[in-house]
Design a protein around this ligand. Structure first.
Ligand SMILES: [Zn+2]
Ligand SMILES: [Zn+2]
Length: 271
């Protein structure tokens, strides 16, 4: 395999100019709704000139009632995931810096056990992706449309409480919450969220997967707000397949949002 291209070769291969060189958001086959092995992702990332790549597969949850999730690995499978990335990190160390962590919801009933696992496995980082406010068995998914004011308020309260724990590197897809009620409520709540993230110096993620798959995020209604507040913003691939790593079209659309709202884009993070 070719491990590195010079800039002329990159152009010849159609690799987008100014494409990201660091990404901390990727999933693997282990979460049961993504395709691709760690090694396949790594080789594609290297091919595209990415120098830092973090795996953040969905964190397992210690369900108490025997429930088995269809969208995440089990607690027992976490060690194999971490060890796989570690050994590949050694193997490809001359070409790319690899990190391993999880994308986690902050759910108080799971938090202590998840953090214990995180420290035992010596992981590098967590990102917060608040897909649910409580166990996924009980729902609802935050991307489901709602005009219920209490849901957006609870979403913002939960994200703020999570970030005050100090355990998470950044906030993935802050605009996941699909509130379609009054603009005044949306603006009030999301301004409250962005102000607190700014005080805590937590970057917000502009999500490529959401753009590519036509989800409710990234949403212009949201990104106007961090544009005004001046939050730090990082692009996250949220790759669920090898092809999702080089989604140049969605990256271009995200950069158009960044330009439109004068977002304070950062290119990498210290881990
Ligand atoms: Zn997510
Ligand atoms: Zn994700």
């Amino acid at each position: 395999m070719v491990l590195w291209y010079n800039s002329d070769e990159r152009e010849g291969l159609g690799i987008m100019e100014n494409f990201i060189t660091a990404n901390y958001h990727a999933h693997t086959f282990r979460c049961l709704h993504a395709q691709g092995t760690e090694q396949e992702y790594i080789e594609e990332a290297i091919r595209l000139g990415i120098r830092e790549f973090g795996f953040s597969d969905h964190i397992p949850c210690p369900f108490k009632d025997g429930y088995v999730s269809g969208i995440r690995m089990t607690m027992d499978e976490a060690r194999g995931y971490v060890e796989t990335v570690r050994s590949l990190g050694e193997r490809y160390r001359d070409y790319i810096k690899l990190y391993v962590g999880f994308e986690a919801e902050y759910i108080p009933e799971f938090y202590d056990e998840q953090m214990l696992m995180y420290y035992r496995l010596n992981c590098d980082y967590l990102i917060l992706g608040q897909h649910f406010l409580c166990s996924e068995e009980r729902g609802p998914y935050m991307g489901t449309k709602t005009d219920d004011e209490s849901r957006i308020r609870s979403y913002v309260d939960t994200v703020i409480a999570a970030m005050e724990k100090g355990s998470y590197l950044y906030l993935a897809h802050p605009d996941l919450i699909n509130y379609c009620g009054m603009d005044s409520v949306y603006d009030w709540e999301m301004t409250r969220l962005c102000r607190r993230m700014k005080e805590l110096d937590i970057p917000l993620e502009l999500n490529i997967l959401g753009m590519g798959s036509g989800r409710n995020y990234p949403s212009e209604r949201f990104w106007r707000i961090p544009g005004e507040i001046g939050n730090r913003v990082i692009v996250g691939l949220d790759a669920h397949s090898v092809a999702g790593i080089g989604d140049f079209a969605s990256y271009g659309k995200c950069m158009a949002i960044a330009e439109k709202f004068h977002l304070n884009i950062i290119n990498r993070l210290d881990i």
